[in-house]
Design a protein around this ligand. Structure first.
Ligand code: PLP
Length: 406
């Protein structure tokens, strides 16, 4: 049973006002708010249970290590992974994809080798591949979305050629809300012997995920969008790919032995986790994942599908709002511009005065902006605690914008 009032009461920030109005938080695509359980876990982590992990032999270090390491299994369960040793903790999806670029891709790419990407990737799934292009002559092959903002998996599959070494694609566009059939892409790529990296920064927040069912090789998640602390995250890496990876950052924790002349490395996943990690953040991520698994991701997805349908209908009634992306099963993420001269920043400022928090700009997706022919959009992105009444508040605030700027 998805009790929205009870859920909203779990998130203390939702009861505050901004600019004298009740907060309507529609910037979940950038970062989500935290339930009290996560806030309590972080507070307790520092107030009562804090110490560095792994190296200590005293009570607090053992306690922190136990709590921190328990999160590996929670991430594995949340993602449908069979083995928690396939989970590497990161600071977020950006770090996860950079890890793959440096530790897996860089040693195997020859000049002219290709990476297939969609045009709607976030910069976190573009810039690490530009590094390979700049440094070692990799070629980025782009696949476009159609006029509805749909990414046809067949087009991605067709772009895989004899020089393709990796497909890197998002499961859900942070701008258009388009869901991508990553399973179809992975099935075909596997037949061609090409690994697939899935950017799950948005997908994991809005739908149940099973990496074994998807059949990908890398799946990156973002703790702060999953209602967990900022600075937390993880990447699931298929065991065979992990075995092919060189270390990323060097330092404490990732070694077996160091001497003046030589170094040997810890077994994965520790091999990829150098230095003191985000201990309390990761413990908080575990609590956030427990919260989501208790709610059930299929229930979250069903609630958000209702919200998306309602928002789509309400926005369609405003013929001066141009929504970008009309994929049939679009998630509850709406990027839009208004007819007339108003810039996205001006629109978001007016919405903010009404207590409605949205994002304005290029959303770290400039190739997509160029493809759409716009420089900036406003984006209302919904989360599990949003309501239809909040969609109405958004529409009211947009009507005010229309009056002011038309
Ligand atoms: N990929 C997508 C699709 C995103 O929306 C974002 C964040 O906005 C990222 C990657 C970057 O994630 P992180 O903040 O965890 O580095």
């Amino acid at each position: 049973m998805f009790d929205i009032d009870k859920i909203r009461a779990d998130f203390p920030i939702l009861s505050r006002e901004v600019n004298g109005k009740p907060l309507v938080y529609l910037d979940n695509g950038a970062s989500a708010q935290k339930p009290q359980a996560v806030i309590d876990a972080v507070t307790r982590g520092y107030a009562e249970e804090y110490s560095n992990v792994h190296r200590g032999l005293h009570y607090l270090s053992n306690l922190a290590t136990e709590k921190y390491e328990a999160v590996r299994g929670k991430v594995a369960r949340f993602l449908g992974a069979r083995d928690e040793h396939e989970v590497v903790f990161t600071s977020g999806t950006t770090e996860g994809i950079n890890l793959v670029s440096y530790a897996w891709a860089a040693p195997r790419f020859q000049p002219g080798d290709e990476i297939v990407l969609s045009v709607m990737e976030h910069h976190a799934n573009i810039v690490p591949w530009h590094f390979l292009r700049e440094r070692q002559g990799a070629v980025l092959k782009w696949v476009e979305t159609d006029a509805m903002g749909v990414l046809d998996p067949q087009k991605v599959i067709d772009a895989i050629g004899p020089r393709t070494r990796l497909v890197a694609v998002t499961q859900l566009s942070n701008v258009l809300g388009t869901k991508v059939d990553v399973k179809a892409i992975c099935d075909a790529a596997r037949e061609k012997g090409v690994p697939v990296l899935v950017d799950g920064s948005q997908g994991s927040v809005h739908m149940p995920v099973d990496v074994e069912e998807i059949g990908c090789d890398f799946y990156a998640i973002t703790g702060h969008k999953l209602y967990g602390p900022s600075g937390s995250g993880a990447i699931w890496i298929r065991r065979e790919r992990m075995a092919e990876m060189r270390p990323f950052l060097g330092g404490g924790d990732m070694i077996r032995e160091v001497s003046r002349d030589a170094v040997s490395y810890a077994d994965p996943p520790m091999k990829f986790e150098a230095g003191t990690p985000g201990i309390v953040q990761t413990i908080g991520l575990g609590v956030a994942l427990d919260y989501l698994m208790d709610l059930g991701m299929e229930n979250v997805a069903a609630h958000e599908a209702r919200l998306a349908a309602y928002a789509r209908d309400r926005l369609a009634g405003l013929n001066w709002v141009n929504v970008q992306g009309h994929a049939p099963d679009k998630a509850a993420i709406f990027s839009f511009t208004l007819e007339g001269a108003a810039h996205a920043h001006d629109i978001s400022t007016v919405l903010d005065k009404k207590g409605v928090a949205v994002r304005a700009g290029h959303h770290c997706a400039q190739p997509l902006m160029a493809h759409l022919g716009v420089s900036a959009t406003c984006r209302a992105s919904f989360g599990l605690y949003n309501t239809e009444a909040e969609v109405d508040k958004l529409v009211e605030a947009l009507e005010l914008c229309h009056e002011l700027f038309a």
